[in-house]
Structure formats: structure tokens, C-alpha cells
Design a protein. Structure first.
Length: 110
């Protein structure tokens, strides 16, 4: 799960409103079309390729790309100044499925 999380961080961080239904296909300018299933998951990869943990980690800590550390505490002890305004990402791969993580990255308000 951590592999997926770190790889998808750089894909999208745009807000998309999706209805809570069994399945809805979302087409939003600037994003690849994706399907939300059961109102809480995007089960299919948005890029069509498997995650790359090393690259995802770089994106997550990059201030010019993911910039996740600006808001989140993360299991990246070599980096200082973790944010505290958003939920901690420690153990998130154990709490959420791959599809749930994907939806949180696309639309954290769902």
C-alpha cells in the first residue's frame, strides 16, 4: 500500500466533486477519466502503470511537486518540519485500500 500511496501522490491533487453512488464515471478537464465505485474508491490506476515507491517518495517530499510535508506528518524522519494541519500519514496504507487512497488524492473532500 505504501508503494501505491507514494507513487500516486504526484498524479493529482485537484478537487473533483463526485456523487455517492454505486459507480460514477468522472470526466474533468485536466484529469484522465476515472470511475468512483461505492462512493469511496477509484479502483483502477489513473496512469495505467504500477506504482513506484522510490519515485513517489521523492514526489511526496518535493516542495515543487507533491509538497505533502507542508501539511502532513509522514514516516520520513530524515525530513524536518512536517506539517500538522492535515491528518498524519503514518499507517495510512494499513487504514485505507489502494482505491480509497487514490480517491483521497483526487478529491480529499469525499
Amino acid at each position: 500500500m505504501k508503494t501505491f500511496f507514494y507513487s500516486i501522490v504526484g498524479v493529482v491533487a485537484l478537487g473533483v466533486t463526485a456523487a455517492h453512488s454505486a459507480s460514477v464515471v468522472v470526466r474533468d478537464p485536466g484529469l484522465v477519466p476515472y470511475e468512483i465505485v461505492d462512493g469511496n474508491s477509484i479502483p483502477k490506476s489513473l496512469t495505467g502503470v504500477a506504482g513506484d515507491a522510490a519515485n513517489g517518495r521523492k514526489i511526496a517530499i518535493s516542495r515543487k511537486q507533491g509538497n505533502c510535508l507542508a501539511c502532513h506528518v509522514m514516516p520520513i524522519p530524515e525530513q524536518q518540519f512536517h506539517g500538522e494541519t492535515a491528518p498524519s500519514l503514518y499507517g495510512v496504507g494499513n487504514r485505507l485500500s489502494e482505491g480509497e487512497l487514490r480517491l483521497q488524492l483526487v478529491n480529499s473532500k469525499v
